[in-house]
Design a binder for this molecule. Sequence first.
Ligand SMILES: [Cu+2]
Length: 124
Amino acid sequence: MVVRPAVRTVVFIASLVFISVGDWTLHARPQEPHQITITATKYQFEPARIEVKSGEPVVITLVSEDGKHGFACKGLNLHNDPYKEGHPGKVTFTAGAPGTYEFKCDHLCGTGHHRMKGEIVVLP
Ligand SMILES: [Cu+2]
């Protein structure tokens, strides 16, 4: 069987397009967010230290076990309205520049409120 040069060229180009589109769809998939749950109790966060990678999407679910608590991380410009038992909060962000950023409870929750701190470590 003789394949004409024009047909060979069309098949070759179609193969390149097929390979390119396949490669593009592989890389176009959105990255699954790094899911982290932080539990707040009087007067601590658990875990109090979390690590994320620079550039990765992150979802932090904030769970309270004993009343209203807050969450704020000024260095990463994160804030969540007070959350309470059965009504978790959620903070979504993409980790920026590597570093260590303090977060704290920003809802006055009792005498030990000032101790409710933690840190988000953004790794390179
Ligand atoms: Cu508090």
